[in-house]
Ligand binder design. Structure first.
Ligand code: ADP
Ligand code: MG
Length: 375
């Protein structure tokens, strides 16, 4: 595949204007590019940073073409955009990421089937088309199991943990709304993720293995380097994935590690990822920098250096009051506030990264601080 090399002053069109689009735009602007963003919410985080803003739905073909006409390259900040519309954009505009990865990965079923065919270890799963299929799932996978909608889920939305028969009605109600996949619920020892960027000429730049903790299915913190010896195994799984799926730019593979140390791929995000945010301060290139280098056809660095170990904490709506009152006493916290118009308790409003020589100690301090807000 040939990449158009962009020059300074040319324009990057971003579909989606949330925090990922904002941080992408900031990297692009640092490198001298102009940015146009399309988002249905005119008070989204990107309104503050885009040179130009198109307020339209993600599947509004006229608006998408307008974005194409205004841009020299088109990229996206998240996977739940309309794959068909993206496909038609690829016919007339420069979309180096194509639409195939999006089409495949926005559906949890085709994602898991593709991973399985590629020889990647995934958690045992079943397709669920009818509400009554959950009975079959209970028999074959056993309790507890997870049920997840095929499309549109994020931050634990569109998924239910089915502990026992008592939860089956709730599971059936989810299937009424949308076809699902069910998967075995694993007792996790750890969660890790690997972020990488694929550039022109197929060069892959890997970030260090990240260790993640989720609370209520939302990322709570990321620690880098991960305190588990799984980096080379994870890279081998990522290599299988990149042979099977045409990925370009920055992407992240989320993994589970079970209690006997088995590694499973959970899901793939074909875009910059929350668990890679630490790279802004802790690495010589951020995941947004490498993404912009890739989609503008520049050469990627052959290696990404971790300059210092890091702990990244997400700031949800419920965290902000407590933490905001302390920011001015902690210049060592690298605080990012996304600028979302409405604040909700479980909504990601920002994050902060702490560079540290002792991730264990910093982790303990942060847990005490964040748990303090619940008292
Ligand atoms: P999302 O798209 O919302 O990130 P995930 O499938 O990654 O959805 O699930 C969110 C989190 O829920 C995971 O990071 C993990 O902590 C937990 N989880 C999801 N599926 C399982 C499972 N099969 N076994 C154990 N924990 C799971
Ligand atoms: Mg996930």
């Amino acid at each position: 595949m040939t990449f158009n090399k962009l020059k300074h002053g040319q324009t990057i069109g971003i579909i989606g204007g949330g925090q990922l689009g904002k941080m992408m735009a900031q990297s692009a602007q640092k490198m001298g590019y102009r940015v146009v963003v399309l988002d249905p919410d005119k008070s989204c985080p990107c309104q503050y940073v885009a040179h130009e803003f198109i307020n339209a739905a993600y599947d509004d073909m006229t608006a998408l073409k307008q974005l194409g006409d205004m841009s020299d390259v088109i990229t996206y900040e998240f996977e739940n955009i309309a794959a068909q519309q993206l496909k038609s954009l690829t016919e007339d505009y420069n979309v180096p990421q194509g639409y195939e990865a999006i089409a495949l990965l926005q559906d949890r079923l085709t994602e898991k089937q593709t991973l399985q065919q590629a020889g990647v270890q995934v958690v045992p799963f079943m397709q669920v088309t009818q509400p009554d299929d959950v009975l079959d799932v209970a028999e074959k996978l056993g309790y507890p199991f997870m049920i997840k909608t095929r499309f549109g889920g994020y931050d634990g939305k569109g998924q239910i943990l089915v502990h026992s028969e008592d939860d089956l009605d709730e599971a059936k109600a989810l299937v009424e709304q949308q076809e699902c996949v069910a998967e075995q619920f694993l007792m996790l020892e750890r969660e890790v993720s690997l972020t990488a960027t694929i550039g022109s000429e197929g060069r892959v730049a890997y970030f260090p293995l990240q260790e993640n903790e989720h609370r209520d299915q939302i990322l709570f913190k990321t620690i880098v380097p991960a305190r588990v010896d799984k980096e080379s195994e994870a890279r081998l799984e990522v290599e299988k994935i990149t042979r099977a799926i045409h990925l370009v730019g920055t992407f992240t593979v989320e993994f589970f590690v079970d209690q006997v140390g088995q590694l499973y791929v959970n899901e793939i995000a074909p875009r910059p990822h929350n668990s890679g945010h630490y790279s802004i301060e802790a690495c010589d290139y951020s995941q947004f920098d490498t993404h912009i280098l890739a989609v503008t056809g520049q050469t990627l660095p052959s290696e990404i250096q971790l300059l210092k170990p890091a702990v990244m904490m997400n700031l949800l709506g419920k965290d902000l009051d407590l933490l905001e009152s302390q920011f001015d006493q902690h210049p060592e916290w690298h605080v990012h506030i996304y600028g979302k118009a409405s604040r909700k308790p479980a909504r990601k409003m920002g994050h902060m990264t702490l560079l540290t020589n002792d991730t264990d100690q910093t982790e303990q301090e942060m847990i005490a601080l964040f748990e303090g807000r619940d008292q």
